[in-house]
Design a protein around this ligand. Structure first.
Ligand SMILES: [Zn+2]
Length: 433
């Protein structure tokens, strides 16, 4: 689907619904606009419930300043217009008061863009604008002055965030990525010192392998492949709804019995992935006309080394990532379910995933079915897609429980004798230590 061909009113409703459903705005806070190719600005209305917004509620502001629509435009129209004047290259402005970015806004600090690579890739720079009265021309001037410097993201002191984009979808991706990274930063601070990536590490992550693969044409599609496409899309959408994925993050793959794999596409909003978007890859060649996820080489290395692994998931969920960006040890001996599924999950250095993906593949085993990669991701594997997904869910909920327990007291881990009993009862192989 080409989202640029959707009417601005429909785009605004679609994205406002996504923001509201994800709890990133309240019913009264937040406003979005699009500047169309003729120069008219379409903006969400003032005083209409965000939970029930529809296309006929959207207000059109003509270039001459006249307004059409059943409602008054958002009270923040002045700063939307000021941003478009300062930056003719922008075609969308998104404003909201999401919780984590507001936390930064009220302590007047900027969140890091260096916690993991896709954050810096999606959000290049950001600035802080001084406080002023909501709806005022002065606030518009202060915001526009920051946009004029070239940044597309401005945090407003004691207020929220304004993000500009070439399209509303682009602005939304930056918004969702930044809010989740800001939330990660606040949660990780509770675990220890938060580690940022250096310039050298960030450039290491700019791999190009996925862009240079040769094409292959697949003339037949076995029902095994069609079932895998269907199941992957179902789980990708569920992962998005549960916050295991966001728009710009997360890669799932499934191995097929002919040795090929299906993998999520590069640079495609995860919330909209459909069966035809998944990319089939065989012998380092990719399905003609598609580009696989940047992580395709890593997935291939894992399948080459482990014939028993049938699915690999790479994701960036909040609580696991808090362990990935700090030195906190993630110990799954919390409840039997966590130990049985995660066993000796370990943490790998950031560089290994880019410089030496085969070292990541060789770190995996029956005893180590999942890995954390510093400042990058969590990797889970399984002998089926559902098993790998279960592992990802269990890992994330375990991480969340460990973090919540920090406010209550010291964790009493399951003892070595109790672990021994789990091995006998569930026929697990021997622990290494
Ligand atoms: Zn506001």
């Amino acid at each position: 689907m080409d989202y640029a061909l959707l009417h601005p009113a429909d785009q605004l409703v679609m994205i406002m619904n996504r923001i509201y459903r994800k709890g990133m705005t309240t019913t009264s806070g937040g406003n979005l606009s699009i500047k169309d190719d003729a120069g008219d600005v379409w903006i969400t209305p003032a005083g209409v419930d965000k939970g029930t917004l529809n296309r006929t509620d959207i207000v059109r502001v003509h270039e001459d300043g006249s307004i059409s629509g059943p409602h008054k435009p958002s009270s923040e129209l002045p700063f939307h217009l000021a941003v478009y004047r300062a930056r003719p290259d922008l075609h969308a402005v998104l404003h909201a008061h999401p919780q984590a970015l507001v936390a930064f806004s009220i302590v007047r600090k900027l969140p890091s863009l260096r916690l993991f690579p896709s954050v810096g890739r999606t959000c290049r720079s950001l600035r802080l604008a001084a406080y002023d009265l909501p709806g005022s021309a002065r606030l518009g001037d202060k915001i526009a002055a920051e946009f004029a410097s070239g940044t597309d993201i401005v945090i407003l002191e004691n207020h929220g965030v304004v993000i500009g984009g070439k399209s509303l979808f682009e602005a939304f991706m930056a918004f969702e990525t930044l809010e989740s990274s800001a939330r990660l930063e606040t949660v990780a601070h509770g675990l220890g010192a938060v580690r940022e990536l250096s310039d050298a590490q960030l450039s290491l992550a700019e791999t190009r392998y996925h862009l240079t693969m040769d094409d292959i044409v697949f003339n037949t599609h076995a029902t095994e492949e069609l079932a895998a496409r269907r199941d992957m899309v179902t789980l990708i959408q569920r992962s998005y709804a549960q916050g295991l994925f966001n728009a710009t993050n997360g890669t799932y793959s499934v191995r097929l019995s002919d040795g090929s794999m299906l993998i999520t596409p590069y640079n495609k909003d995860r919330a909209y992935v459909q069966v035809e978007d998944l990319v089939r890859v065989k012998n380092d060649m990719k399905e003609q006309g598609k580009t696989p996820s940047r992580a395709v080489r890593l997935h291939g290395e894992i399948y080459r080394r482990h014939p028993e692994i049938k699915a690999v998931l790479v994701a960036h969920p909040l609580h696991l990532m808090a362990f990935a960006v700090t030195d906190a040890v993630f110990d799954p001996r919390t409840i039997p379910e966590s130990y049985i599924l995660l066993r000796e999950i370990s943490k790998q250095p950031f560089e290994s995933i880019y410089q030496n993906p085969s070292s990541i593949a060789s770190a995996l085993s029956d005893r180590v079915p999942a890995l954390l990669v510093e400042n990058d991701s969590v990797i889970t594997t399984g002998d089926s897609l559902l098993k790998a997904f279960d592992r990802l869910e269990v890992a994330e909920t375990t991480a969340s429980s460990i973090i919540l327990s920090g406010a209550l007291g010291k964790i009493a881990h399951i003892t070595p004798d109790q672990i021994e009993d789990l091995h006998k009862a569930f026929k697990l192989d021997r622990p290494t230590a």
